[in-house]
Design a protein around this ligand. Structure first.
Ligand code: FAS
Ligand code: PHB
Length: 390
């Protein structure tokens, strides 16, 4: 088998890159270790920056998002008995975010790949990159006891934090920067009416909470939990009671509870690998970086990586221009680090850090009080939340 760009991973990064390249006449093969059903069973991000929404539309994958997604012009922060609204649109000259689940984005991308006859191979085991420092790299894998190989010009590692792509870069050619937070997020998806039509991020002494949504009848909630927490420790009743205790009383009073249809715990970490390329291998999405989900940047950073990488590959194939590929890592990392900073800032502002004691909690309240008393501070938060330019 031969292709131009071999892509490892059929998450949003891999599928979006494959879709954009295919529409530019550049053939790809996507190798995914899980089944399509498994990939589509994962509940992850919920907020799309305008940049990602525009990329999906340009790639012919925005129709259902525009029909079913919700455009949000503001987001709310609860702290110290207050509920304050950040006017995203008013502070950024009309920019907004699209609330539409990553699961739906992935479903839409899969259907678009199907429609174009895109090659996505599932249950590909032991995917292994070879000869990355030559101009004839290739991937091998196993499936159903058989061995396979695809020869290519480039390898795009869109295989997430635990993927094989980053591991294929020699240790002396890559630097990893990491910060692990002393807590995780327990998330619940429930077929209940969302507590508000916009998101609510809550700073509470018992811990962080987030009220989000997927539609008018599907809610997504999170509470901060200690790192060693097992999801089995949390019954639905316990979750709803704790969430209610962390929200302002007027919000908790209208909380509609119901059975969880999904319940999981995600650890929080900040992580960046540098550089994002090695020979003919390019890292995109979670394969190269991780942010705590507080700033809703994970999926959106994957999008800007794919934006830069797809344009560079198209320039290579259409114009013989290598500048984009040479500059990919540096260009992507500039935007990545700004999102890492913002995600770290929102995480440290809104979560409970017991080690910081009452002084730390009062500092958080002082910063939040300052934030909502300063147009400059609110503008800074709003422009980062809606997404910095590509
Ligand atoms: P993904 O991890 O989505 O996809 C990588 C794909 O590669 C997977 O399908 C995997 O099976 C496959 N793969 C891995 N290794 C492979 C191998 N060796 N061979 C073949 N295939 C391989 N972001 C937010 O903005 N908000 C959130 O609330 C949020 N919640 C999250 C919760 C969890 C549990 C996780 C893990 C992430 C969350 N994120 C969130 C971040 C998430 O949305 C990612 O940013 C997004 O999935 C990135 O997409 P990809 O880069 O495609 O990586
Ligand atoms: C979500 O809806 O899953 C979501 C929204 C905003 C975040 C994180 C997660 O910051």
């Amino acid at each position: 088998m031969r292709t131009k760009v071999a892509i490892i991973g059929a998450g949003p990064s891999g599928l979006l890159l494959s879709q954009i390249l295919h529409r530019a006449g550049i053939d790809t093969v996507v190798l995914e270790r899980r089944t399509r059903e498994y990939v589509l069973s994962r509940i992850r991000a919920g907020v799309l920056e305008q940049g990602l929404a525009d990329m999906l539309r340009a790639a012919g994958v925005g129709e259902r998002m525009d029909a079913e997604g919700q455009v949000h012009e503001g987001v709310n922060l609860a702290f110290d008995g207050r509920l304050e609204r950040l006017d995203l649109a008013g502070l950024t000259g009309g920019k907004t975010v699209m609330v539409y689940g990553q699961t739906e984005v992935t479903q839409d991308l899969y259907e678009a790949r199907d429609a174009m006859g895109g090659v996505v191979i599932h249950e590909a085991e032991d995917v292994t990159p070879h000869d990355l420092e030559t101009d004839r790299p290739f991937l091998t894998w196993h499936r159903g006891g058989e061995a396979f190989r695809v020869d290519c010009d480039f390898v795009a590692a869109c295989d997430g934090f635990h993927g094989v792509g980053r591991q294929s870069i020699p240790k002396d050619r890559i630097v990893e920067h990491e910060k692990v937070y002393p807590f995780g997020w327990l998330g619940v998806l429930s077929r209940t009416k969302p507590v508000d039509h916009e998101l609510i991020y809550a700073n509470h002494e018992r811990g962080f909470a987030l009220c989000s949504l997927r539609s008018d009848v599907l809610s997504r909630y999170y509470v901060q939990v200690p790192l060693e927490t097992e999801v089995e420790e949390w019954s639905d009743d316990r979750f709803w009671e704790e969430l209610g205790r962390r929200l302002p009383p007027e919000v908790a009073a209208r909380l509609e509870t119901g059975p969880s249809v999904e319940k999981s715990i995600a650890p929080l970490r900040s992580f960046v690998a540098e550089p994002l390329s090695h020979g003919r291998l390019f890292l995109a999405g979670d394969a190269g970086h991780i942010v705590p989900p507080t700033g809703a940047k994970g999926l959106n950073l994957a999008a800007s990586d794919v934006h830069y990488l797809s344009r560079a590959l198209i320039a290579h194939y259409h114009d013989g221009d290598e500048n984009g590929l040479r500059a990919y890592s540096e260009k992507a990392l500039r935007r990545i680090w700004k999102a890492e900073r913002f995600s770290w800032w929102m995480t440290t502002l809104l979560h409970s850090f017991p080690a910081d004691g009452s002084f730390g909690h009062r500092l958080q309240h002082a910063e939040l009080d300052y934030l909502f008393g300063s147009t400059a501070a609110m503008t800074a938060m709003a422009e980062n939340y809606v997404g910095l330019p590509y």
